[in-house]
Design a protein. Structure first.
Length: 224
């Protein structure tokens, strides 16, 4: 009953991505590394809520703009779209296969309503490149593209957590904006990197999980 069934397997520019079903849940595997599944979305939802709670009020009449890094199984996007306080909701996803699974595949059951929300835009782009090159700015960056700053899916992602990557994040944030980074485990080194990059109010929120070490969200504020 718990044997996974492969529903789709794609070879892309960043390696292999696989969508599997295990009983009633779906799993995403990247280059042989388990990324996430649909069994429990508390961490993904907390990522969004923690960023909103840390924002100053009011940001603007149209609502704060948020960039979600990584579409994943869609929990973060769906949760953001359920909150009328958010304004523009952009999602950067580099894997075409993941976008397809949401637009016309089984993950549409999670994200379909959010994809139809007029506030939502899907950016088919590599998050690291986008942060480095876009002129767009946001009030919150909610990033969840790896298992954490110390456990990246691909080597290229390591630059996101470097001094240059954090400088790119700060440049994409409006003054007072929030950087929220999900991780499967806390990272004292990353906290120090956030402070060295000029972020204030650096802290780590724990998210209890069914088994093992709690997930966390690392938070930092771009000074106004």
């Amino acid at each position: 009953m718990n044997t996974p069934v492969t529903l789709d397997r794609r070879e892309g520019p960043y390696g292999e991505v696989v969508l599997r079903r295990r009983a009633e849940h779906y799993e995403i595997i990247a280059n042989g590394t388990f990324l996430m599944d649909t069994s429990d979305g508390r961490s993904e939802r907390r990522l969004i809520d923690a960023a909103m709670a840390a924002l100053p009020e009011p940001v603007r009449a149209s609502g704060p703009a948020v960039l979600i890094g990584g579409l994943g199984v869609g929990f973060s996007l769906a949760h953001a779209a359920e909150d009328p306080r958010w304004g523009r909701i952009a999602v950067a996803e580099r894997e075409e296969a993941v976008i397809d699974w949401h637009r016309s595949g089984p993950l549409a059951a999670i994200s379909g309503r959010a994809l139809g929300d007029e506030r939502t835009v899907i950016l088919h782009t590599d998050l690291v490149d986008y942060l480095r090159t876009t002129p767009d700015t946001y009030d919150a960056l909610c990033l969840d593209i790896d298992n954490g700053p110390d456990w990246t899916v691909t080597e290229d992602n390591e630059s996101l957590y470097s001094a240059r990557g954090l400088a790119d994040c700060a440049a994409r944030l409006n003054p007072g904006g929030i950087l929220a980074v999900w991780s499967a485990r806390p990272s004292a080194d990353f906290e120090e990197s956030l402070r060295n990059a000029g972020f204030s109010g650096v802290r780590t929120e724990e998210i209890p999980v069914a088994r093992g070490v709690p997930d966390v969200v690392h938070l930092g504020i771009r000074p106004a």
